[in-house]
Design a protein around this ligand. Structure first.
Ligand code: ZN
Ligand code: ZN
Length: 418
């Protein structure tokens, strides 16, 4: 198909875009009447933000506030800012967000920027800016991580992102293709996307119920380049699909989502593991990661590309070298089947089993919302300024669950549920 054969003024189908906005508000956030909403988005996602505002107010939203970022504005800083700019962040903005979340404001984040936006910039400056941002963002991010309020991330097909995923196509065609891929993965192709999500959530719930019944003490991964034992945190709980925030609202934080996930033990991870997909981290690509764990800590890290960025990330703080999440995703997931590399964690993490460096999720503990940070740490939960998912799953990975008595139970064979 060529660009001039389409019927829409943009290459993005407005019907499915409207359904995506509806799913974000009704499934992703389950926004309550009277509840305020904070939307953060790139300027290129304006058509989706407008649709989301419409559905939010129809659902009874109190006040919808949108905050935009912009690719060109971000790049201006790297081109023209004085050196000291890179140690600064808009702390006042994050303090305001933190206040809003404390007052039960829901949070919606739209992703869609060029995943390689910062790849040509000085890695030292990128790392400094990222660290300053992590520190300033902490009070707001904590309320997201501890799931105080209902929040959701959805994606919009930005043109630079689309060209990264479909490098051989004209921009319009690439955007149309990425839009199709986002709509399919977000389950908005059918007439009743809300019912489709109810069904999907029920399937994910059956997986988490099985895993929670097993109460494994560890998982063992084997495959090419990988021989890894991940101890699970004491009192860990598997989560997946919809879950309930501390404000009592049950929502789907990620659209799309295919994973079931829990908290590994920060001090009980041993062995080697290699990444199965490149990691796109704040505009840099980190490829062919190979790490070695001892007593939960990464003691050796290599990458064929982006090794410098990887090592800077690992040096963020003590918890950056330890795991905060382990997630299971079958190789046959729709995103995996698309065969695309999205260069975006929201999608790529749902194509494969993954682990995350850094901060754990307190909700992935039995009675997690009642545990203090000290109790979570004592049970093996990790603490860090970062949380970065990277993919280790493929059709060649076998996973066993290990019970406390040493008994092994097959969990995955050749990348699929056993
Ligand atoms: Zn995950
Ligand atoms: Zn994660």
């Amino acid at each position: 198909m060529t660009a001039h054969q389409r019927n829409f003024p943009t290459p993005i189908d407005p019907v499915r875009l409207d359904r995506l906005a509806q799913v974000a508000v009704k499934v992703g956030l389950r926004l309550q009447p009277g509840q305020d909403l904070l939307v953060t988005a790139p300027t290129l996602a304006l058509p989706l933000v407008r649709k989301i505002a419409e559905h939010a107010y129809k659902a009874g939203a109190g006040l919808v506030t949108s905050i935009f970022s912009d690719e060109a504005v971000t790049l201006s800083r790297y081109q023209f800012a004085q050196d000291h700019s890179f140690d600064r962040a808009a702390g006042w903005l994050y303090d305001g967000m933190s206040k809003a979340f404390a007052a039960n404001t829901a949070r919606l984040a739209i992703v869609g920027d060029d995943p390689m936006l910062l790849s040509g910039q000085d890695p030292a400056k990128v790392a400094r800016a990222s660290k300053a941002n992590s520190v300033a963002y902490k009070p707001a991010l904590e309320k997201i991580v501890t799931f105080d309020i209902n929040w959701n991330i959805v994606a919009y097909p930005g043109p630079s992102w689309a060209r990264q995923v479909f490098p051989d196509d004209e921009e319009d065609v690439a955007v149309a293709k990425l839009a199709d891929a986002i709509f399919a993965a977000s389950r908005v192709n059918g007439d009743d996307p809300i019912a489709a999500w109810d069904k999907h959530n029920a399937m994910l719930r059956s997986r988490t119920e099985w895993l929670n019944g097993q109460r494994f003490s560890a998982l063992h991964y084997s495959g090419p380049g990988t021989d890894l034992t991940i101890g699970l945190a004491d009192g860990h709980e598997w989560e997946g699909g919809a879950s309930t925030a501390r404000n009592g609202i049950t929502c789907n934080a990620n659209i799309p989502t295919e994973e079931v996930f829990t908290t590994p033990h920060a001090r009980r991870v041993e062995g080697h593991v290699v990444s199965s997909k490149p990691l796109s981290y704040q505009g840099s690509l980190i490829d062919n990661i190979a790490v070695k764990f001892e007593e939960g800590r990464i003691v050796q890290a290599k990458a064929s590309r982006g090794e410098e960025v990887l090592n800077k990330v690992l040096d963020t703080d003590e918890g950056a070298r330890r795991l905060g999440e382990v997630a299971l995703v079958p190789h046959s997931s729709p995103i995996s089947k698309s065969g695309l590399l999205f260069f975006n964690t929201l999608f790529d993490e749902n194509a494969a089993c993954h682990i995350a460096l850094g901060q754990c999720y307190s909700k992935c503990f039995v009675n997690g919302d009642r545990l203090t940070p000290e109790q979570i740490a004592a049970q093996g939960g990790n603490k860090s300024l970062i949380h970065i998912d990277w993919m280790i799953g493929s059709d060649q990975i076998d996973i066993d669950g290990i019970h406390a008595d040493g008994r092994h139970v097959p969990v995955f064979r050749k990348g699929e549920w056993a």
